[in-house]
Design a protein around this ligand. Structure first.
Ligand SMILES: [Zn+2]
Length: 440
């Protein structure tokens, strides 16, 4: 059957042809028809409407769109590192149809004006949904609560002071009590600041050998423990951002066994890279929380495999080269993540968990945590909004920083050959990535 291919049909029909459709319902080989932003048919050998775009998905997996719970898009305030448009493009190329933008912009996400600005920039870019998180405290300063009610009424579902943990236990308790009736989720960056002053890397044998100030695992684990107990006390949900230590995973596992409303994410660098990489004093490997030990990596992987850790979230943190070339103590923490997340997950977790579980951790589980499950991560069936990712789970490719869409280049995976590549991304019914190329 001859199928005419029309690209860039901003509104209209798309057929995703011949892929393995994989979602929370299972797996089957089928075509997927998308009309006006909605999945209208799923089945074998679907007739192709006139003027429909055809996306070849043979040999590929067709899954619900990925959702990243944790990205730093830098706009407003630091557009030299990333903009909402460039970050959205990186997200789309990584297979994400929605991302949660962290609030540590300038100004931060503690007012409706900033939230609306971020949304407007995202709509203009039109490459993925950007759901701005709200701050827990004004200015992320840890003193006065942000206006949860007003922001929640405007649709903000996840609140965090990411970059900072909420240090004051009484304030965090009050925040949870305030959050619960609003149906919003507080997400914690777990770091007891008094234990990490001046720290540049994981506190351990490597750190002592290098003579660098260390960030002890305990600084994370104390706050994970505290917030689990606050979740128990208040009944409000808590989401743990970027878990990095073995003990943190154990704590969350025990909390889930107690049926507490806790969820957790881990970043790809915390299941792929160790603190030994800091031996060259290269700030490319400086990240917060820091790269840890092989034992921690094994625990993070086990936590993902048994579902203790719900989601893979990138903590995509772009920085311009001059910032990352600064000495370790001055360089900002963070690394890129959006365009390598799927491949790192398949390459590093593929032998430990089924592909369906990897997709769950990238798609419908984070969609539910982010409050985005109406539009993203939905089972692929008639009536579902067409936010879809098509990827080749076998394709090998090599990470070349200059080929990334992000404005910044601070990936620690340059030159690494990985398995698994996003081929097409459909956002709101529009193919925004076709054959690995962004369409806008
Ligand atoms: Zn953080």
């Amino acid at each position: 059957m001859a199928r005419e291919r029309v690209v860039n049909n901003a509104v209209g029909s798309t057929v995703i042809s011949g892929g393995r459709v994989l979602d929370q319902r299972g797996e089957r080989t089928a075509d997927v028809l998308v009309v006006d932003g909605v999945v209208t048919a799923v089945g074998a050998e679907l007739a192709v409407p006139e003027r429909a775009a055809v996306l070849d998905a043979r040999g590929c997996v067709v899954s619900p769109g990925f959702v990243d719970l944790h990205v730093h898009l830098r706009e407003p305030g630091r557009e030299e590192a990333e903009t909402i448009e460039t970050g959205s493009r990186a997200a789309a190329l990584g297979g994400f149809t929605a991302v949660v933008a962290m609030p540590n912009t300038e100004p931060p996400h503690d007012s409706l004006a900033t939230i609306e600005f971020v949304r407007a920039q995202a709509r203009r870019a039109g490459l993925c949904e950007v759901a701005p998180s709200g701050c827990i405290t004004m200015g992320r300063a840890g003193e006065a609560l942000a206006p949860f009610g007003e922001l929640a009424a405007a649709g903000v579902r996840l609140f965090t002071d990411d970059g900072n943990g909420v240090q004051d236990a009484a304030l965090m308790r009050r925040a949870l009590e305030y959050a619960k009736p609003l149906g919003i989720t507080l997400a914690q960056h777990c770091e007891v600041a008094s234990l990490t002053k001046g720290a540049v890397m994981h506190e351990g044998s490597c750190c002592s050998r290098l003579g660098l100030p260390g960030w002890p695992a305990l600084a994370e684990e104390l706050m994970v423990h505290r917030d689990i107990e606050l979740a128990r006390l208040t009944g409000a949900p808590v989401h743990f951002l970027h878990l990095s230590t073995a003990r943190s995973v154990e704590l969350v596992r025990a909390a889930k066994a107690d049926c507490l409303a806790v969820t957790a994410e881990a970043a790809p660098h915390h299941f792929t890279l160790t603190d030994e990489l800091l031996a060259g004093y290269d700030a490319l490997y400086k990240v917060n929380p820091p790269l840890r030990t092989p034992e921690d990596i094994a625990a993070i992987k086990a936590g993902l495999a048994d579902g203790t850790i719900d989601a893979i979230a990138t903590d995509h943190a772009p920085h311009p080269p001059e910032a990352k070339e600064a000495p370790l103590d001055q360089a900002p923490p963070g690394m890129l993540g959006l365009e390598t997340a799927l491949a790192l997950a398949i390459t590093e977790l593929g032998s430990l968990m089924p592909l369906a579980a990897i997709v769950a951790a990238l798609s419908w589980k984070p969609a539910a945590i982010a409050g985005l499950a109406e539009r993203h991560g939905r089972a692929i069936e008639p009536g579902a909004p067409a936010n879809l990712t098509v990827f080749d789970p076998e394709q090998e490719w090599t990470v070349v920083p200059t080929r990334l869409a992000s404005l910044s280049r601070n990936t620690p995976y340059a030159g690494r050959t990985l398995r698994g590549k996003v081929r097409h991304t459909v956002f709101d019914g529009v193919p925004v990535v076709i054959d690995g190329t962004a369409q806008r």
